[in-house]
Design a binder for this molecule. Structure first.
Ligand SMILES: [Zn+2]
Length: 585
């Protein structure tokens, strides 16, 4: 674990403009720098980097983050690797990193990359030598061309074959790369034996890990590299690098479950498939994929396990979707997987299935009505109860509205009633902030979040008891207040970058991003006026809330009576109360 205060120091020390400039040509545009976005295809620049907020944001695809995030996204580095790279450039040493703190200093990223590349080459060469492995791939309908495109290889049977590639078979880099395993008695052996090898590559095409599949009936059927500084399962997708061309042409990406599916689909001309690596689809996966395409189709088996996996994918997509993007679910006939289906029926038949994919909204409603019977009052109540946390995650305003409308219909209540039940105050603004949305209405916590990003000093002036507990942005705001309280050195330049780091991969990160983005590019935001206006309103609302609360009580202590009088007197133009019978409602 890298300590948080080190990350803060690091983010204060580096300059995101310099970091980005190493990879992209930036052009000055007002206070910021712009470039054509490296994360989506575009001709006019919508990728903006802010030196004053140490933050980048693409108005086209929504990519955003701090310097650490940029390196991870752009170079496909792992989290730790990105931090090390930045630290190295800033002359800082990453503390408390147990694996590195003893022994000679080294650059694990560079080392591991080289080790993995050599292993991949070895496996490729071994494939040419193995009649059995070649016969297996031929039986699965693969040509040499596709095998070469995916750099497919073969790890021969035997315990220490890699010794022939790495004379220093005891080197630490081999364990770090996940290629070998040390058993309890200290004996080292190859992780992958008698398996077809599928190299996993990052967006630059560099090998970061492997998936291995048995040829026959062995167990486990699929074996992946363990997590390493280069490879995090929850972030990586098999086949994304190879899918680039095809996805642009097709305008969509297909998410399947195994590498054989990806390869078989590519063999049949469906080149836009990717696979998760032995994990469920994560929000990071979805975010990464939606950056590349507007249409995402999840493909699962039609059995119970497939439907459960699809539901997880749905849950993890809700917060990532915008109204410009869509997701669908394709369930294959029982007993089929994409590999068998496309080989038996061909590309056209498979694409016909894709065209029939169930839209996310339909899948969501179907599943909910299957879980809670809408024919009874109790069932409808339960259905709404199940729907609430899902609806709360949706950031796309129009999609959210449609679904709420549909749920209100099913629940037999009005939309206004449903919104009240769900605590929806108003149409939520999208996380993708375009110029047209600058005038969008912000909640009070969103206004404060922005103000504190401008001036962290304001944090101390916020009385937390007046915050609106039903405002969805309040947890992000209080999180940021905690952070600022705990880190007195945070300044306006790094506060957004540090907050994003602190909240990485949480819902709060999305809120902070939205606030930071608006803060950056909205020059009309009058921070002092907005802050004071908002605090004033919150005080009034708090006053009302608290007075209602006190009025509900059967009797008030002397202290509470004093508080009530105090609150009452705060109303502009209010008469000083005498001994009003506050306890009688
Ligand atoms: Zn972009």
């Amino acid at each position: 674990m890298i300590p948080d205060d080190f990350k803060q120091t690091l983010l204060a020390r580096v300059d995101i403009v310099e970091v980005v400039e190493r990879h992209l040509r930036l052009k000055k545009a007002g206070a910021n720098f712009v470039a054509c976005c490296p994360f989506h295809n575009e001709k006019t620049p919508s990728f903006s980097v802010s030196p004053s907020k140490q933050f980048y944001h693409c108005f086209g695809c929504g990519a955003h983050g701090n310097a650490i995030g940029f390196l991870m996204e752009f170079s496909g580095m792992g989290y730790v690797e990105a931090i090390k790279e930045l630290a190295g450039g800033a002359g800082l040493t990453v503390p408390n990193d147990r694996s590195e703190s003893h022994g000679r200093p080294q650059e694990p990223g560079a080392d591991l990359g080289d080790v993995l590349l050599r292993a991949a080459q070895y496996y490729k060469d071994e494939l040419k030598r193995s009649e059995r492995a070649i016969a297996y791939l031929k039986r699965r309908g693969l040509t040499g061309e596709i095998a070469a495109r995916f750099q497919i290889g073969y790890a021969p049977d035997g315990w220490q074959n890699l010794e022939s590639v790495f004379p220093d078979y005891r080197a630490k880099a081999l364990t770090e790369a996940g290629l070998v395993i040390d058993n309890d008695s200290g004996k080292r052996y190859d992780r992958f034996r008698d398996r077809i090898m599928f190299p996993i590559v990052n967006p630059r095409g560099a090998v970061i890990g492997f998936g291995g599949r048995v040829l026959d009936a062995g167990e486990p059927k699929y074996l992946n590299s363990p997590e390493t500084p280069l490879f995090e399962k929850g972030r990586e997708l098999y086949g994304l690098f190879q899918a680039r061309g095809a996805l642009r042409e097709a305008g969509r990406l297909l998410v399947v479950e195994g590498y054989m599916d990806v390869v078989a689909l590519a063999q049949s001309g469906v080149g836009y498939a990717v696979a998760t690596l032995g994990t469920a689809t994560t929000p990071t996966h979805v975010q990464k994929l939606l950056r590349q395409t507007d249409e995402l189709v999840f493909c699962f088996d039609g059995d119970d396990a497939g439907r459960r996996a699809a539901w997880r994918a749905l849950e993890n997509s809700l917060a990532q979707l915008t109204d410009a993007k869509r997701a669908g679910f394709l369930f294959l006939p029982q007993g089929e997987d994409p590999d068998t289906y496309v080989r038996a029926h061909g590309k056209a038949a498979f694409e016909a299935l894709i065209a029939e994919a169930v839209p996310l909204s339909t899948f969501l409603i179907n599943e909910l009505t299957a879980r809670a019977d809408p024919r009874t009052e109790e069932g409808r109540a339960r259905l709404l109860h199940l729907a609430k946390p899902l609806i709360e995650q949706i950031g796309a305003p129009a999609l959210g509205l449609m679904l709420r409308r549909r749920l209100a219909e099913i629940g037999g209540i009005g939309l206004a009633e449903l919104d009240e039940l769900f605590g929806v105050k108003r149409v939520k603004t999208s996380r993708l902030v375009g110029m047209a949305q600058r005038a969008a209405v912000l909640t009070s916590s969103e206004v404060l979040l922005r103000a504190v990003m401008f001036k962290p000093d304001y944090a101390a002036a916020i009385d937390r008891s007046i915050l609106d507990p039903s405002d969805l942005a309040t947890p992000a705001l209080t999180g940021l207040l905690d952070l600022i309280e705990a880190s007195p050195n945070l300044d306006a330049r790094t506060v957004a970058a540090v907050a994003l780091e602190q909240f990485r991969d949480t819902v709060n990160a999305a809120r902070v991003n939205a606030a930071a983005t608006r803060t950056l590019w909205d020059e009309s935001f009058d921070v002092t006026a907005e802050f004071e206006g908002c605090i004033g309103q919150l005080r009034q609302r708090y006053r009302q809330r608290r007075m209602d609360e006190l009025r509900q009580k059967p009797s008030l202590s002397a202290e509470e009576q004093g508080e009530y009088r105090q609150l009452l007197s705060q109303r502009p133009g209010a008469k000083m109360p005498n001994s009003e019978p506050v306890s009688s409602v």
